[in-house]
Ligand binder design. Structure first.
Ligand code: UD1
Length: 332
C-alpha cells in the first residue's frame, strides 16, 4: 500500500517524502517540475537512503493519473502540487482556477474509481483572509483576497462536500502558516526559479548577493515595530505535521482541519535581525509602500493540532535562519 505525493519534488513535498521514507512508507511521487527540478529526486533518495516510484506526469491529466492508480495500490494521497504565487494569480486567474481545481477533481475521481479514501490537502492560512484577531483558531470565519487563496478555500469546500457524500473517507485540511528553513543536510530547500515573492527566500538572495536590497513592505502596520507579523515554521516541522496527519486519516473518517504553525509572531524586522544574528550577514533593506492585500498580523492558535495530532513545532527562528542559509551555501 502506497502513499501518492503530488508535488513531491517541491519545497514542502520533498521534505515530507524524506520523512515518509524514513518511516518506511512506500511513496509514489507525481510531479511535472513546473516549480521544481528533477535533481531533487536523487537528493531525497540520498537523504533517506531509500527509493520510491516517480512519474513525470501532470495531475490534471485524467489519462495519466488513471495509469498511476491502475498500476499501484494507493491507500492515501498527500496533495501538494499547485500554483502558489499570489500576484500571478491576480493576473492569470483562469490559469490558477483551472490548474488548482481540476487537479483536485481528477484526484477525487480516481479515489472514487479505485477505492482510495484518505486525503491530506496543502491548504494555507490565507483562507482566514483578514482575521479579526490573533492567534487564529481553525473555526474563525473564512475569506480570501486573491484567486490563489480562493483556490485553496474552494478546494477545502469541495473536499468537505465530497467527504460528506462518502462518510467513510477521511480528509485532513492542513492550513500552513509561513514555511521557511531547509533540511539540515543542505541538499533540499526552497529554490524559487524567479525573483521571490516571499520574505525569507528574498532575504536569502540579498544575503548571497544576488539581490541588492530587501524592500520592507510598509512600517505603519498595527504591530510592535510597524512591519507585518507572521508565524514562521521550519519546513521540517511542517513535514512532520503531514506524517502525523497521514496517521490521523488512516485511523479515522471525517474532515479534520489543523493549523500548522508555531503560534509565535515575528515582524519583518524581527526576521531581518534574527537572520543577521544567526548568520553574521548584514541584510540591506529599505522601507517601501505596503503590498496590496497584506495584513497586520497572522499567527496560529496551535492547540487543536497539538491535542488531536500531537503536533508541536520544535525549531526556533535561529535554527530556521541557519538552515535556510546552509541550503543556499550548499547550492551556490
Ligand atoms: C504569502 C501570501 C499567502 C501565501 C503565503 C505562502 C500574500 C499577500 N500572501 O503570505 O497567500 O499563502 O505567502 O506562499 O502574498 N515582505 C516584505 N518584503 C518582501 C516580501 C515580504 O516586507 O520582499 C513582508 C510581507 O509584507 C509580510 C511578510 O514579509 O508582512 C511575509 O510575507 P510573505 O513571505 O510573502 O508571506 P505572506 O504574505 O504571509
Amino acid at each position: 500500500m502506497a502513499i501518492l505525493v503530488t508535488g513531491g519534488a517541491g519545497f514542502i513535498g520533498s521534505h515530507t517524502v524524506v520523512q515518509l521514507l524514513e518511516n518506511n512508507q512506500e511513496v509514489i511521487i507525481v510531479d511535472n517540475f513546473y516549480n521544481s527540478s528533477a535533481d531533487v529526486l536523487d537528493k531525497i533518495r540520498t537523504i533517506a537512503n531509500k527509493d520510491f516510484k516517480f512519474y513525470e506526469y501532470d495531475i490534471t491529466c485524467k489519462e495519466q493519473m488513471d495509469e498511476v492508480f491502475r498500476d499501484n495500490d494507493i491507500e492515501a494521497i498527500i496533495h501538494f502540487a499547485g500554483y502558489k504565487a499570489v500576484g500571478e494569480s491576480v493576473e492569470k486567474p483562469l490559469m490558477y482556477y483551472s490548474n488548482n481545481l481540476v487537479s483536485t477533481f481528477v484526484l477525487c475521481e480516481m479515489m472514487e474509481k479505485y477505492g482510495c479514501k484518505r486525503f491530506v490537502f496543502s491548504s494555507s492560512a490565507t483562507v482566514y483572509g483578514k482575521p479579526a484577531s490573533v492567534p487564529i483558531k481553525e473555526d474563525f470565519p473564512l475569506s480570501t483576497t486573491n484567486p490563489y487563496g480562493t483556490t485553496k478555500l474552494m478546494t477545502e469546500r469541495i473536499l468537505t462536500d465530497i467527504q460528506f457524500a462518502h462518510p467513510d473517507w477521511s480528509i485532513a485540511l492542513l492550513r500552513y502558516f509561513n514555511p521557511i528553513g531547509a533540511h539540515k543536510s543542505g541538499l533540499i530547500g526552497e529554490n524559487p526559479k524567479d525573483i521571490p515573492n516571499n520574505l525569507m527566500p528574498y532575504i536569502l538572495k540579498v544575503a548571497s548577493g544576488e539581490l541588492e536590497c530587501l524592500n520592507v513592505f510598509g512600517d505603519d502596520y498595527d504591530t510592535h515595530d510597524g512591519t507585518g507579523v507572521r508565524d514562521y515554521i521550519h519546513v521540517v516541522d511542517l513535514a512532520r505535521g503531514h506524517v502525523l496527519a497521514i496517521n490521523k486519516v488512516m485511523n479515522s473518517s471525517g474532515v479534520h482541519i489543523y493549523n500548522l504553525g508555531t503560534g509565535k509572531g515575528y515582524s519583518v524586522l524581527d526576521i531581518v535581525n534574527n537572520f543577521e544574528r544567526a548568520t553574521g550577514i548584514k541584510i540591506k533593506y529599505k522601507i517601501t509602500d505596503r503590498r496590496p492585500g497584506d495584513i497586520d498580523e497572522c499567527y496560529a492558535d496551535t492547540a487543536k493540532a497539538k491535542e488531536e495530532l500531537g503536533f508541536v513545532a520544535e525549531a526556533d527562528i535561529d535554527e530556521m535562519c541557519k538552515d535556510g542559509w546552509n541550503f543556499v551555501m550548499h547550492n551556490k
